[in-house]
Design a protein around this ligand. Structure first.
Ligand SMILES: [Zn+2]
Ligand SMILES: [Zn+2]
Length: 126
């Protein structure tokens, strides 16, 4: 039963083009399958000549950028560069903060959401 015509390691490198048991080229692949919960992809293949079946397991080996857009290699969760200095005023307090947009901040006294009364661009490259 385990008399393979080609060593398995060589098949993994070169791809399976003939039955691993009898060497026949009459294969009937059943299409790729993937479990939603894992990243494992496999294809069940049946040999039409001898009727044996096996499972070819695929893993991600490379990523190719087919789009011309360069891939921006930012780390996930990295904050965008601040582009504005926003100024806030509430409860007799004044403070400012740097954000990527003109967004609201919380008053440190009463925790209300405060709109900036003033917003300044941060010149690029500073
Ligand atoms: Zn076969
Ligand atoms: Zn307040």
């Amino acid at each position: 039963m385990s008399n393979l015509t080609t060593p398995l390691k060589q098949l993994v490198k070169e791809g399976v083009e003939a039955c691993i048991y009898c060497g026949s080229g009459e294969l009937s692949p059943r299409g790729f399958k993937q479990e939603n919960t894992t990243r494992e992809v496999w294809e069940d293949v049946e040999c039409k000549a001898c009727g044996r079946e096996w499972k070819e397991v695929y893993t991600l080996s490379d990523i190719e950028n087919v789009d011309a857009t360069p891939i921006k290699e930012t780390l996930p969760g990295e904050a965008p560069e601040p582009r504005f200095t926003n100024y806030y005023r509430h409860c007799g307090q004044e403070w400012n903060d740097q954000w990527s947009s003109m967004c609201n901040d919380r008053c440190p006294e009463c925790n209300h959401e405060i709109e900036p009364y003033k917003s300044e661009d941060i010149p690029e490259g500073s």
